[in-house]
Ligand binder design. Structure first.
Ligand code: ADP
Ligand code: MG
Length: 299
């Protein structure tokens, strides 16, 4: 029923940042080398992600936002060597249930792009020719229009600013892990480009009092991992006790690459929590790296 659809979708799609993460990952899965993000009213009125990826095949467009449709895996074995962020076919359909969605897309085979307007159930209700080049643009209007309590919650000035900060951090995370990627962010036509760190920059001189500049990636996926985070902080603090005492941390990044079959990314709908089957081995390796970096050995 519509109520069940709304409820389950509201669990998959929880915030502006969450929508943006799903759209960006779809763009990256499509091989995009350029992604332009536009937000209006902190994303509550419009979130738009334009990419230059491979586009969506005409045959797939009627089902693109159907629950569990994915073009990314076709067999159970594919799950063992997954190289895409997405594979569950949940995001696009869920976004349709909590916002107004339009998808414009063009593949190499298509002569021109087509803009599709989708309804609550992810069905195409209208389509028209468009002028965009190869790739896909997804526009998400009036997020949570049918979840007024949640929309209200995200509408406070304080919450809006917090969320915009998270958007910037999310983009920065992808900019770090995909150095070839061209990224831009426009909010209410004000460009927030230029906060991406450059390799070799001295972060310590620019470090803010914000404690959330640590990026952890597992198989290129930005994740939260308490134990790894704790290790990074502990070792940094041993080297720079004054900074740590003031809760000042530079941008720290750690990439963990493990076999896809030894990590479970399905713990939470937004896939930011991971379960490492061989956690102790990973922590030992991280520790060894930190010892070589900072020279501190915990007793
Ligand atoms: P998943 O990413 O798990 O496959 P989604 O619901 O996020 O599921 O997307 C559904 C499908 O829509 C994808 O499998 C893909 O075929 C298509 N799609 C969505 N966004 C894009 C995009 N930016 N470029 C190309 N295809 C896309
Ligand atoms: Mg996806």
């Amino acid at each position: 029923s519509d109520t069940v659809r709304l409820l389950s979708s509201s669990q998959v799609i929880t915030s502006v940042v969450n929508v943006l993460k799903e759209l960006m990952e779809n763009s990256l899965d499509a091989g995009a080398l350029s992604i332009d993000v536009k937000l209006e009213n902190y994303g509550l009125d419009r979130i738009e992600v334009r990419d230059n990826g491979q586009g969506i095949k005409a045959a797939d467009t009627p089902v693109m936002a159907m629950r569990h449709f994915t073009s990314k895996i076709s067999s159970h074995e594919d799950l063992q060597h997954l190289e895409t962020y997405g594979f569950r076919g949940e995001a696009l359909g869920s976004i349709c249930a909590v916002a107004e969605v339009a998808v414009t897309t063009k593949t190499v085979e298509d002569d021109i792009s087509t803009q599709y307007t989708l309804n609550f159930k992810g069905e195409i209700v209208s389509q028209k020719p468009s002028h965009l080049g190869q790739g896909t643009t997804v526009s998400v209007l009036k997020l949570f229009k049918n979840l007024p309590v949640r929309r209200q919650y995200y509408s406070s000035t304080k919450k809006c600013k917090e969320e915009l900060k998270k958007v910037q951090d999310l983009l920065m995370a992808y900019a770090i892990i995909k150095p070839d990627l061209r990224l831009s962010l426009v909010h209410n036509k004000i460009s927030l480009d230029g906060f991406f760190p450059k390799p070799g920059a001295d972060y310590s001189s620019t470090s803010s009092s914000s404690p959330d500049k640590t990026f952890i990636f597992v198989n290129n996926r930005p994740v939260h991992h308490k134990d790894i985070m704790k290790l990074l902080r502990q070792h940094y603090a041993a080297q720079y006790p004054d900074d740590a005492a003031r809760n000042r941390y530079p941008t720290l990044m750690l990439k963990v690459n493990v076999s896809p079959s030894s990590v479970d990314v399905n713990l939470t709908p937004d896939k930011t929590q991971v379960l490492l089957h061989d956690k102790e081995a990973v922590l030992t390796a991280v520790e060894a790296l930190l010892v070589s970096l900072y020279g501190y050995r915990p007793s």
